[in-house]
Design a protein around this ligand. Structure first.
Ligand SMILES: Nc1ncnc2c1ncn2[C@@H]1O[C@H](COP(=O)(O)OP(=O)(O)OP(=O)(O)O)[C@@H](O)[C@H]1O
Length: 298
């Protein structure tokens, strides 16, 4: 698989504040990556550094094989990191023609890109008449005019209504299905889960998890239990290496698994110890619960 972007031990400091802290990850061709983290976790700063608009303090990054200068590499990158900015009195197509002139790319792709973002029938409408969602879609069309290898988006659905959000996500998925690599920053777990194949979770500039979105949900779950003798129940479970930690919640004991264990095995194990359960539920933390746990302030 070919590398699109390699980030190694990247750090950005603003005075005493470390916005990005020793961050490393690699972007491979054809995948959809999310940088996920709460506000202020360093997502925009990371994108700014690799797009050469923010200076790094330490570490390295290189585009593609490492033999291309960042200046040349960025010609193969499409990015939207600020609010879409076009001339309000010009039409969609006129704005894109201007972008083609600035980027020195052919105007032939304008219709194709407008079609892709669902704006071909509005190509002659003035930008000022567009909704926020349409403006964002025009920005995506604009970023694609140079047929980039990778499309970078910072919070692409911020401020949009549910329909606008859905449209943007569908467009991102369509662009990805056509082979364009995507890197998007988002504070929305739901967005990353719906759109991305890979994720880097940031908290205060530090990477907490990097890998497949599916791999995020690697927890083995927990069991909520009740018996006549809660102390005996806890003591018995503590002897079993499958359990990592315990929490008392009202009249229930919650036992967190650190390795897979079938509920029937747990039941049998306890029964052999003479413990009969009056309540027994096995559940897995939702991805949201795990994300909040991971990113909560320590
Ligand atoms: N130009 C700057 N000068 C000083 N501090 C900055 C500057 N830009 C960002 N920061 C700080 O760096 C940290 C990371 O900010 P960044 O914008 O990268 O986070 P983010 O995850 O993109 O959050 P958001 O979604 O709120 O933009 C924050 O604490 C922010 O206040």
């Amino acid at each position: 698989m070919s590398h699109i972007l390699t980030i190694s031990n990247l750090t950005k400091k603003y005075g005493s504040l470390t916005a990005v802290d020793n961050l490393s990850f690699t972007i491979e061709k054809g995948n959809v990556y999310g940088i996920l983290g709460p506000n202020g976790s360093g997502k925009s700063t990371t994108l700014g550094i690799v797009l050469n608009v923010v200076n790094k303090t330490e570490g390295h990054f290189h585009w593609f094989d490492g033999n291309t200068s960042t200046h040349d590499a960025l010609k193969k990158v499409g990015a939207i990191i600020e609010h879409p900015n076009f001339y309000p009195y010009m039409t969609a197509v006129q704005n894109l023609q201007l972008v083609c002139k600035i980027k020195q790319v052919t105007e032939e792709r304008i219709s194709e890109k407008l079609e892709l973002v669902g704006l071909l029938d509005r190509k002659d409408s003035k930008f000022s008449s567009f909704s926020l969602g349409m403006k964002q879609r025009l920005a995506i069309a604009s970023a694609l005019l140079n047929n980039p290898e990778i499309l970078i988006l910072d919070e692409p659905t911020n401020g949009l209504d549910p329909q606008g959000i859905h449209q943007i996500r569908e467009i991102i998925k369509k662009i990805a299905s056509q082979g364009t690599t995507i890197l998007l920053a988002s504070h929305l777990l739901d967005e990353v889960e719906k759109v991305c194949s890979h994720v880097v979770i940031l908290r205060k500039g530090v990477s907490l998890y990097s890998g497949l979105v599916d791999g995020m949900n690697a927890s083995h779950g927990f069991l909520t239990m009740q018996s006549n003798d809660m102390e005996a129940l806890k003591q018995a479970l503590e002897q079993n290496p499958a359990f990592g930690s315990f929490k008392r919640q009202g009249e229930y004991l919650i036992a967190y698994l650190k390795q897979p264990m079938d509920p029937s095995e747990v039941n049998e194990f306890l029964f052999q110890k003479g413990i009969v359960l009056s309540h027994f539920v096995k559940r897995k933390e939702s991805l949201e619960e795990q994300f909040l746990e991971l990113t909560k302030q320590k």
